[in-house]
Design a protein around this ligand. Sequence first.
Ligand SMILES: Cc1ncc(COP(=O)(O)O)c(C=O)c1O
Length: 289
Amino acid sequence: MTTRINFNGEIGPDAFISVLDHGFLFGDSVYEVVVTQNGLPCFMKEHLRRLRNSADGLTLTIPWSDEKIMEQVARTVIDAGNSESYIRIIVTRGMGDLDIDPTSCSNPELIVLVTELKNYPASSYEKGINVALVSIKRNAKDTVNPGIKTGNYLNNVLAKVESNHMGAQDALMLNHQGHLTECTTSNFFFVCDGRVQTPSLSCGILAGITRDVLLQLAQENGILIEQGEWPPESLAKAEEAFITGTVKKVMPVTHLDGKPVADGQPGPVTRRLMRLYDSALEMEGKGSA
Ligand SMILES: Cc1ncc(COP(=O)(O)O)c(C=O)c1O
């Protein structure tokens, strides 16, 4: 496994950030995680669009063009030379005064971290995972908006710690209205009465790129996915559940709070969506999506 880090254009085995960078001091940064297929970064346009939206949400101006960022990503991927890559693109507020006010930070930093893509074990896809409903709530939209992907993930870190204690692989959070939102680094879907349902963006979630691709694939293939607001009690009748994310792809959830979802096996709708998503990734790897 080779890890290469591009720090403002300089590539090396590691990189060091100033402790005066507000990304380090206050989590004042934005980021994206991209994976490659056949060595090509997938859904790059969508990731860069979200990176800019996230930066706008923090009034952080990204001074580099998409072409410049893609060029740095390509250089780093080639330099790392892994068969498939995990790519983390980070833009921090940059160095400034030892003060929360970002106006003293005039030079954002661009970091592109590339390492070997580690896929989840095949058994997770074959058997599904256990997700716990935790007491930690997803951030309210009028705090650090969950719709922007910032370097401050502490709320999700706490949710993950809680799910670890519950013996689960991930945590499902509610919002302050008591509706289902998402997991710590993935979006959540469930099937009830044959209908696929997922919390809407208005519940306060990240607009996952995988979620968006899946919504599109479902529409093209005549699978209705409803977006809405659901209380956790709706899960009692769930026939299937799954989560989506760039690295996890479409991952079946076969246990909720340790109890089986239906027969505790990945269901037919989940399997179909897994196949559709894998095909979409293959298209990305041909550069033809
Ligand atoms: C909170 C949260 N929700 C959902 C996702 C899934 O997003 P994507 O499909 O773009 O990876 C992530 C990804 O890291 C996330 O952090």
